[in-house]
Unconditional design. Structure first.
Length: 106
């Protein structure tokens, strides 16, 4: 059985999020990308920073994580970005079939 994951990544703005989403979709590394405007607070270089960002959530297979990370590293503006994958424990059959059909693995 394929291990499906939902990945999360915050981006500087909508343009950066769109650029990353398009690259990952065109390579079939992810099957779907959703965009959400967020306000973040975080530690950076010894102090608390904050700012508006765009969070993207993506559906893929666990096997693609390293390739997704490498592509994000080429396109992301942050010195340190956070890309996380959460395993999907259950998924309805039709969605699982669609996700498997729309993601390429090596």
């Amino acid at each position: 059985m394929t291990d499906f994951v939902e990945l999360f990544l915050t981006c500087e703005d909508r343009a950066e999020a769109e650029k990353i989403a398009d690259a990952l979709l065109l390579q079939h590394l992810v099957a779907c990308v959703k965009f959400e405007q967020v306000h973040s607070k975080f530690w950076w270089k010894g102090k608390i920073e904050e700012g508006d960002e765009v969070k993207i959530s993506m559906l893929s297979v666990a096997e693609n994580f390293d390739r997704i990370e490498a592509e994000v590293a080429k396109l992301h503006s942050y010195e340190t970005f956070v890309l996380q994958a959460i395993p999907i424990q259950k998924l309805n059959a039709a969605a699982a079939e669609w996700l498997a059909e729309n993601t390429k693995t090596e």
